[in-house]
Design a binder for this molecule. Structure first.
Ligand code: AMP
Ligand code: MG
Length: 495
């Protein structure tokens, strides 16, 4: 492919940087901090090739230098993006990329524009009191969970590489420093809009909205009111996204407005985790003391965040402020119905239904009620439903100490299934594509991260990454990875 001899690797990124070129004033041009000893510890070759990069050439010392920020590839225009955000409900006028740099954009093999960003690459003008660094544990965590989400079919940023810097970062203790290379449809957040709205710069909000429409929502170009249309489309993608989180038991943990991507991808994996037994009040994050971002609150929080986005768009929607607010409010209010529609669609698939019936919402909620408060594992319960659809009831019934609530529910479910002319085997197979066997279980994630961080042993990490990259396959040799944590390890906390 590359016939230019002795040309630096850098030439192999075909950067095409629209954010840098079209949105001057929306970022600070910056450079990564040089680090002592870049070592590539994870590299996503399949993603590299999807991005049109030379995977073989980047899986190297030179690749490590690029992904550490020590070498700037040709064509990159490293910059820190400005954004604001509501954090746990309180507004911060200035957040921004305090430890991240956008290297640039590439067009992938499918013609999609993707951001390539370094996270943990040193302080920027937005760092405030932070050190601009990332520790190895959280870098590997973001790598693993993002890739698991991708394999589950959920829109998400991806991980291209993780490098060790060879320098410590200081948290409660000294930890190995690392940099994550992240790939995203874009890194524009609700908070990016808030940044300019809060400064009273509606012209910049408009430029950003136009840029977003051009980049993510082309279909709105001929819309009668593109900014209202933008609001509708962002709401719909968020409704679909959060519904898909709920369906796999994913808890983001910090749904601040700066952590909500306008593209509709899951972004910023911090204290996120997957629920084991079904409990709508589940919170894992140690900083979320009020449970604001608990599992069951996620749809409502998404809607709240979208209302903050709507506020920034009001001046663009209609010159008459009252009318603009009324129209924006209507769109935000419609989120609940959109969410329910996406949720129900996903639930039908999980329950093995191929047709629509008015009673399906009740049926789906009935299953959750049947497993609630009984320490029944969420993921296993749905996975076992595929067996139940084949008449094998033992696996699911064995999850309950007392299965009577399930038995009652399954009578209704069977009657509903009987009204569809679907062969049981085909149905069970389809259900297995909708109900993962493998999620990154918290105790496994901890095991994998501590082996890497404490002993430099990446074997458990690689094994877990491989297992969760095929979440719908049975993988009998890894059956243990489908199991919930051993007793006593359920009270999990993330930081
Ligand atoms: P987060 O909680 O990761 O979504 O980050 C919220 C804000 O804090 C963003 O503006 C980040 O860039 C910034 N931030 C987080 N960690 C650091 C750090 N170690 N150094 C500088 N800024 C940081
Ligand atoms: Mg963030």
């Amino acid at each position: 492919m590359n016939d230019v001899p002795n040309h630096p690797i850098a030439a192999r990124f075909a950067f095409e940087n629209t954010y840098a070129r079209e949105l001057e004033g929306f970022y600070a041009t910056w450079k990564a901090t040089q680090v002592a000893r870049p070592t590539l510890v994870q590299f996503n070759r399949a993603l590299a090739e999807e991005l049109g990069l030379d995977g073989g050439a980047l899986d190297s010392e030179e690749g490590a230098r690029i992904f550490a920020g020590n070498e700037t590839p040709e064509g990159a225009m490293p910059l820190a993006q400005a954004y604001a955000g509501h954090q746990f409900g309180g507004f911060s006028r200035q957040l921004g990329d305090g430890r991240a740099l956008l290297l640039g954009e590439v067009i992938d093999r499918n013609g999609r524009r993707r951001d390539i960003q370094l996270k943990g690459s040193g302080p920027t003008p937005f760092s405030r009191a932070g050190d601009g660094r990332a520790a190895l544990g959280p870098v590997l965590r973001e790598y693993l969970i993002g890739e698991a989400m991708y394999a589950l079919g959920i829109p998400t940023t991806r991980a291209l590489a993780a490098v060790l810097t060879g320098e410590p970062v200081y948290r409660e203790t000294a930890l190995p420093g690392a940099v994550l290379t992240r790939v995203a449809a874009s890194h524009i957040r609700v908070g990016t809009f808030q940044f300019f709205a809060a400064r009273g710069e509606p012209d910049k909000v408009r430029r950003l909205a136009d840029y977003v429409i051009d980049r993510h929502y082309r279909e709105l170009k001929d819309h009668a009111n593109p900014y209202l249309g933008l609001m509708e489309r962002v709401c719909d993608r968020q409704a679909a996204l959060v519904a898909s989180w709920m369906q796999v038991g994913f808890i983001h943990g910090v749904m601040n407005t700066d952590n909500m991507a306008i593209s509709g991808e899951t972004i910023d994996y911090g204290p996120c985790a997957f629920m084991d037994h079904y409990d709508p009040a589940t919170v894992f994050s140690s900083i979320d003391t009020q449970g604001r971002y608990a599992y069951a609150n996620q749809p409502g929080i998404a809607q709240w965040n979208l209302a903050r986005l709507a506020e920034t768009l009001v001046p663009l929607i209609d010159a008459d402020e009252k009318r603009a607010i009324a129209r924006a409010t209507e769109v935000v209010n419609a989120f609940s119905e959109q969410y329910e529609r996406h949720w129900l669609k996903g639930m039908r698939a999980k329950l093995g239904l191929t047709s629509e019936d008015e009673a399906d919402l009740n049926l789906a909620q009935g299953f959750l009620t049947a497993i609630e408060g009984k320490k029944v594992d969420y993921t296993l319960a749905f996975r076992c439903l595929a067996d139940a659809a084949l008449g094998r009831e033992e696996p699911i019934r064995a999850l309950f100490a007392d299965a009577s609530a399930y038995d009652l529910w399954s009578g209704h479910w069977r009657a509903r299934l009987a009204r569809e002319a679907v062969a049981p085997l085909a149905r069970a197979q389809t259900m297995r594509r909708a109900n993962p066997a493998f999620i990154p279980r918290n105790h496994r994630v901890e095991e994998a991260l501590s082996a890497a961080v404490e002993r430099g042993d990446y074997t458990p990490f690689t094994t877990l990454l491989n297992v969760v990259s095929r979440p719908f396959d049975d993988q009998p040799e890894f059956a243990a990875f489908a199991q919930p944590p051993p007793e006593g390890q359920e009270r999990y906390q993330t930081f």
